[in-house]
Write a protein of this length. Sequence first.
Length: 282
Amino acid sequence: MPIQPQPTSGIPSPPRMPPAFHLLAKPTGAACNLACSYCFFLDKELLNSNSKFRMPEEILEAYIWQLIESHRSSQVTVAWQGGEPTLMGVDFYRKAIELQEKYRRSGMTFENTLQTNGTLLNDEWCEFFKENNFLIGISLDGPRHLHDIHRVDKGGVPTFDRVMRGLRLLQKHGVEYNLLVTVNRVTGNYPKEIYRFLRDDVGTQWIQFIPVIERMNPDGLNPIQMGDQVSSRSVLPGQFGRFLIQVFDEWVQNDVGKVFVQIFEATLRNWMGLPSRMCVFD
């Protein structure tokens, strides 16, 4: 049933409501075509065995309308994640763009972002992303021998070649993208190899490093990320610190202003008293 938008002019805004905010939409829920060994989200597929893990069109319309109505700024970020959001198919996102145009207020602009493992990308996807100015985040953990340790599909087959194929298609079509790189117990020992691969071989200019930290119960299980222990895949505190130090030494000597490393840039902005979207702790 199509939604029936209701007038909101007479509804007061909550106190201290921000003019804009960042909200993640997961149209496929936890569903993914990969089975990365450190992914805490895969088990969530089991929580609702009756779900098709696909956002219906009427929910998509309600979501876009409510997101627009909740903003008091002229810029709205529409962020798509998963699971793997490309499982929805490109027509789902074409519809999302149509709905943004349908409900946009005068002068309002949209930034669409999408986080993907990159394995399902093709020319059609990339042409769509370019045409609609999507910012794509793509997951890559380093060169083949490091990436393929944990990032495999549901058959246990390594994914490096498929990810690189998708990434090269983004580059071919001039799609703006950045890399999300998880750091685990193994890859944490190869900071300069990973950074140089991403900079020189991949040719990226934007990198985000994310530590793999899996909380475990005493029985060794982690279905809901609880417990006071961590898995053997988790990067160690000192190890992650040394990883960032070695990457920083390389970056600060050669790549400031040429390669954006999120944690370094955000920390610097915080130190200078400039606004940053990233939480930074002393």
